[in-house]
Ligand binder design. Structure first.
Ligand SMILES: Cc1ncc(COP(=O)(O)O)c(C=O)c1O
Length: 433
């Protein structure tokens, strides 16, 4: 779907609330230039930075990440835990870590929350995994629902390959509460003991550094309590420095899984580009504290302004609005308006109703608004399949506030169109190929 739009997207006209891109203004270009110059100028600290790197990651970057995770930038882990765990850098962002897991772990059932990070869950299914999606509530993955689903698996429980949760969920930006984080580890530990094998839990921290709501509790990692050696954290610098660096890491117990992941990095392309890893190390050592402050202040402002806009334009028609405390998505549930790609609402916003009054006259198509339909975000065989048809993910990351507010006005009109002119919408649907 995104490709269809990308090819004729009109900058400054169409409004993209669909992409998971960060806001361009958050990318510290001057610091990146400073970092590459520093790396190129210091062949002692940054040895052979333009040569091949090692598959476990640059020693400088691994050290910088360890310091960052215990230090002021993040401060969510104690030194003893970080020292105990192994930290490796993937070949191409957190995505490559996720991809690596799907390669080194034998196919089976992956337990995750619903709505789910559909990009990864779709990839898992293409690789022969089965995704078991458990509905989330305001604290993240529902533990009672999880227990019910595990019980229903019966003998199938032996097929569970791993648990995967996004701690600030994509698409909903629901924050996994600290007690749920622990509860999930306890479930996986119980299963591991029952079955005499390690059932790993992967916590995807992609948006955790974007906790911008001062009222929210700080995150507490479960790694210090992981007696069995089954908990892993996947992190990325994409959201807080620059996605273009493609730096993602895996932190967790050393052992066969970690070794297999290092081998996988080597097989994929030896390592992430070494000079980029060194740049990331430089930035983490010198700039990350200030960078986090700037980025989070920016997203906080946007979150508040967009939330007000949502209230203003859609307050009366929403059943629920999730997000707004961390990350940069809102996840909307409409009471009675469908959002899926064949709905009048979607066709209004993509200007594909076939009605010139709605789409704009020939050659002068009105602004289009792109979002991610909830239908893509919920598991098609899961409990939320029907509800997903009335949901959407709206990103306030990429576009600036005035354009997002403008898009919300178009969305308000799309709601009216979908509710008041169903006959027109029906007729137009047929005229669209
Ligand atoms: C939940 C989640 N995990 C991982 C990623 C990928 O991160 P990276 O850019 O490091 O590959 C994303 C990107 O949006 C994400 O939303």
């Amino acid at each position: 779907m995104m490709e269809d739009f990308a090819k004729d997207f009109r900058d400054g006209v169409d409004i993209n609330l669909g992409v998971g891109y960060v806001n361009e203004k958050t990318i510290p270009v001057a610091a990146l230039v400073e970092a590459i110059e520093a790396v190129a100028a210091d062949a002692v600290t940054y040895r052979q930075a333009f040569n091949y790197g090692g598959p476990a990651g640059s020693a400088n970057l691994v050290q910088s990440l360890r310091r960052f995770l215990t230090g002021m930038g993040s401060g969510r882990l104690d030194e003893a835990t970080v020292a105990r765990e192994r930290l490796i850098v993937g070949p191409c962002g957190a995505t490559s870590i996720l991809d690596g897991l799907a390669e080194v772990i034998a196919p089976g059932i992956v337990v995750t929350s619903d709505p789910m990070y559909y990009i990864y869950c779709d990839a898992l299914e293409r690789r022969g995994f089965e995704v078991l999606a458990v509905p989330e509530d305001e604290e993240g993955i529902g533990v009672a629902a999880l227990e019910r689903k595990l019980e229903a698996l019966n003998g199938g429980i032996g097929r569970i390959a791993f648990f995967y949760v996004v701690t600030v969920n994509n698409p909903s930006c629901t924050i996994l509460s600290n007690r749920r984080r622990r509860a999930l580890l306890e479930v996986a530990a119980r299963l591991s003991r029952q079955q005499g094998r390690r059932v790993p839990v992967f916590y995807d921290l992609a948006y955790e550094l974007l906790l911008h709501d001062p009222r929210a509790d700080p995150f507490a990692s479960v790694l210090p309590e992981d007696d069995l050696g089954i908990a892993y954290e996947i992190g990325t610098l994409s959201k807080v420095i620059a996605p273009g660096l493609r730096i993602g890491y895996l932190l967790g117990p050393d052992g066969p899984l970690m070794n297999a992941m290092v081998q996988k990095t080597s097989d994929t392309g030896f390592s992430a580009p070494l000079f980029v890893q060194e740049m990331a190390s430089y930035l983490l050592d010198r700039h990350v504290g200030e960078q986090l402050r700037i980025v989070n202040a920016g997203y906080r402002k946007k979150a508040v302004a967009v939330r007000e806009g949502i209230e203003r334009s859609l307050g009366g028609v929403l059943e629920e609005c999730r997000g707004g405390s961390a990350g940069f998505y809102y996840y909307l549930t409409f009471r009675d308006v469908e959002t899926h790609p064949s709905s009048p609402f979607f066709r209004f916003l993509t200007r594909t109703t076939g009605e010139p009054a709605v789409d704009g006259p020939d050659g002068k198509r009105l602004p289009r608004v792109i979002y991610i339909p909830g239908e893509y975000c919920v598991h098609p065989q899961g409990d939320l399949a029907a509800q997903g048809k009335r949901q959407l993910r709206l990103s306030y990351g990429f576009e600036d506030v005035p354009r997002i507010l403008n898009a919300l006005e178009w969305i308000e009109q799309a709601v009216k169109f979908a509710r008041e002119t169903p006959v027109l919408a029906e007729r137009s649907l047929r005229s669209v190929p």
